[in-house]
Each structure stands twice: as C-alpha cells, then as structure tokens.
Design a protein around this ligand. Structure first.
Ligand code: CTP
Length: 404
C-alpha cells in the first residue's frame, strides 16, 4: 500500500465486508488486512460460493469478527442477519457476483449476505468481479444501473484478461481504489461542497532533448492532502507534476511537466474552486533552452555553463487573483528561520494558511513518509506539530481549515 493512503484515523468505525464466489475473493483478504491498519473494526460474511475459494477462518485470522458463512449456523446469535445494520457504518460487497447484484437490485433476501444487505440502511460500496459476458448481459447491465441510481457507491470493474481466459470487462477494481472508497464512506464529510485544487510533485524544466532540471519531490505529501480532502467530501482536482502517485478515480487529475504548464493548468482550475493547496515543489528557475537537439559534449569547451531564467511563482499569482471566499494554502520548504519565513510568505503571497516544513531533517520533507511541520493562518494562529506520517499531517491540515 502506498504510504500516502495509510490513514489511521478511523478507530471506532465499523465495516461489514460481504464476499461472493470469485477467484478474486482472495483480494478481499488483502482489503481486510489493509482496513485493519486504519483502526476500523470489521465483520464479514461469505456466501456459500465464496467459502469454496477461501475459508471464514482466513478472515477471522486477519481480525474480522464475527464472520458469517451461513444463515443458520450461529448458535446463540439468532439475529446475525441484522447485526451489520445495527453496528456497521459501511457495508462493502467485495467481490460482488452477478447473483448478488441481481438480489440487491430486486430486494431479495434468501441467504445471509443478501439478508444483511437488505437490513442495512447505511452506505454500501459495491465492487463486482465476473466473467465479461456475465457483466455485459442485459440483466446485469440493468441491475447495475439500478444500484447506481439508488445511490450506492458502485466501483466499475476493470478490463483485461480473466482467469477463465476471456478478455473484457469484469476484473475486480484495484484494491487501493476499493479501500479508498470505503474510507471515504467512513470519513467525516466536513468538506462536502468544497471544490479543492491541489498541486503535487516536482516540475521538470527541460534544457535540451534529453536533459532537465528538477528536484526529488515524490508528490506523497500532496497526494495525502488530495486524498484526505476527497475522503472528507470535497470535489478535488489535482495538477500533478511527474510523479508515480496513483489517486482514486473520482479525483480529477491533470498531468503536467513544467512550471509553465502547472501555472496554466492552475489558472484554468482556480476560478472554479473555493480552496487550493499548493504543495508542489515547483522549480523556481528553468534553463534557457538550447533547442530540441541533444547537446553533444564534444561541442563544450571545458565546463558547461547553463543560463537560467525565472519561472512564475504560481502560488503568488493565485494569491494575487484570489476572490472573496477563496481560501489559499501554501507550503514553505525551509532549512532555517521557519517561523519568520512562514510569516513573510503568508503575507507576500496573500495566503490564508501556510504549512512550513523543515527539509533538512532526516524524517521530514522530500522522499520520506513523515513530515515535521508548523502551520500559521492569516489570523495569527500558529501550531508546531511533531514528526508525523504525511497522511496524519494532511488530516490535521484539513482539521485546522475546517476548525475541527
Ligand atoms: N511555489 C509556486 N511556484 C513557484 C515556486 C513555489 O507555486 N514557482 C509554491 C510552492 O508550491 C509552495 C510555496 O510556493 O506552496 C513555497 O515554495 P518555497 O519553495 O518554499 O518558496 P519560494 O516561494 O520558492 O521561496 P524561497 O526560494 O525564497 O524559499
């Protein structure tokens, strides 16, 4: 699991996982393991077909309790079919078979899982997996459309080659995507209605056809900020410099390389947003390009001299056209005088909040999963936080913004 998805703020929340028969059911075990790490508690129900592929004991061994596998085999627990509806905050059906989609669409309750789903009135996340011909069958199409219309969080299956050898749509969505969608259903929705822009990653400033100027930013801090905002209900757009971070599908992502491209993308999106958090490590300077060819070393006499010109400060330019009601968050990457530099950047870039991080500490800044930051808002509220996972820093930034 990518470090920027490892949120641990879900203690006290409860998920009930329903698993159907499919070779993909082993991924429900992986999901159980990942969800456990967030602090949630889990129960599970396996259909008869699921129990042919994995055993209830596998889920129990990973900490799920109780684990149901049939309607009538739990002595002393006559109301197991109602338990998820009484205690669970979210039901997640992973993998969902064509059969369970049909039962859900029509309100059938003829086994433990379908009965529990019918008796559950909270949010339901559904991630199907089946043969492409079953997925494309008119009945399945109708059932799926009905579940979407009813407001369930329906995660589209992926395409590719299937275990049976067929090609097409029907592969279970990626586990991190399902995990994020479940956490979103569990998270507070204090950012619902907000439209948030996040920048992340480095920029690359080309010099010739093969060389560029850049920095070691991985984009993980920005990814944690974007995912946390989305989990808490915001509509999120990300402008991503070259970075490997993968974001949940509902987050709109615009890929850019240079600071100029990032500038253009941000100015396209900012007028439609009420909040922006610019965490990208933008190169302040770009080499004056020598053209589209590769510089041959045989043409250089002695040392290579490279001339640089300035890039626009994107954050400052967004601050300059900020409208009433827009909230702008910037970062300050510093090696010394953190509070003074934060205050100066907050004022000179017209920010509402600045997050200062020390980039010369081993557990803070570029390329590590933790960060030690201070925050300062325009009203003068200042806090210094210890070194924390970047996910925790992201969560606290949004707490700070929404006054939680
Ligand atoms: N930033 C930006 N565009 C730039 C440079 C920086 O949008 N061309 C943003 C960063 O995303 C960050 C903030 O400005 O949110 C501060 O970046 P930082 O590198 O700390 O500071 P600079 O403003 O570049 O100033 P200095 O070099 O003096 O530290």
């Amino acid at each position: 699991m990518q470090s920027y998805l490892e949120f641990k703020t879900f203690a006290g929340r409860r998920v009930h996982l329903g698993a159907c028969g499919s070779i993909a059911v082993y991924k429900a075990l992986e999901l159980t393991r990942l969800l456990q790490k967030t602090g949630v508690s889990l129960g599970a129900t396996l259909t008869d077909a699921a129990a042919k592929f994995v055993t209830p004991l596998s889920f129990e061994a990973l900490g799920a309790y109780p684990v149901h596998s049939s309607m009538f085999n739990v002595p002393g627990e006559p109301f197991g079919h109602l338990e998820p509806g009484q205690n669970g905050h979210v039901m997640a059906i992973v993998p969902a078979s064509a059969n369970i989609l049909a039962k859900m669409a029509h309100g059938m309750a003829d086994d433990m899982l379908s009965t529990q789903i019918l008796a559950f009135d909270g949010p339901v996340v559904v991630a199907p997996a089946m043969n492409p011909r079953m997925w494309n069958a008119p009945a399945t199409r109708e059932n799926w459309a009905k579940l979407k219309e009813r407001g369930l969080d329906c995660i589209e299956p992926g395409s590719g080659s299937m275990a049976c050898g067929d090609e097409g749509t029907g592969r279970l969505a990626e586990v991190p995507e399902i995990y994020c969608r479940i956490l979103r259903a569990l998270a507070p929705n204090d950012l619902t209605g907000r439209k948030v822009l996040v920048t992340l990653g480095p920029t690359r400033e080309p010099y010739d056809a093969v060389r560029f100027w850049s920095n070691p930013s991985s984009g993980t801090m920005g990814a944690a900020i974007a995912v946390a905002a989305w989990m808490r209900g915001a509509e999120v757009s990300v402008v991503r410099g070259p970075s490997n971070v993968l974001l949940p599908e509902p987050i709109r992502t615009v890929d850019v390389k240079t600071a100029q491209e990032m500038y253009d993308a941000c100015h396209d999106i900012w007028p439609m947003c009420d909040t922006a958090c610019l965490s990208a490590a933008v190169a302040d300077f770009r080499p004056v390009r020598i053209g589209d060819h590769k510089l041959k070393k045989s043409t250089v006499q002695g040392d290579l001299q490279v001339r640089f010109e300035s890039n626009e400060d994107i954050l400052k330019s967004l601050g300059a056209c900020k409208k009433n009601g827009q909230f702008l968050i910037g970062f300050a990457a510093e090696t010394e005088d953190l509070p003074e530099n934060m205050q100066r950047k907050l004022e000179s870039k017209n920010l509402n909040l600045i997050v200062g991080n020390r980039i010369n500490k081993p557990d803070s800044g570029f390329g590590v999963p933790t960060n030690e930051v201070s925050v300062l808002n325009a009203e003068g509220r200042f806090e210094s936080w210890p070194s924390l996972p970047k996910t925790e820093v992201a969560w606290r930034i949004w707490d700070f913004v929404s006054g939680r």
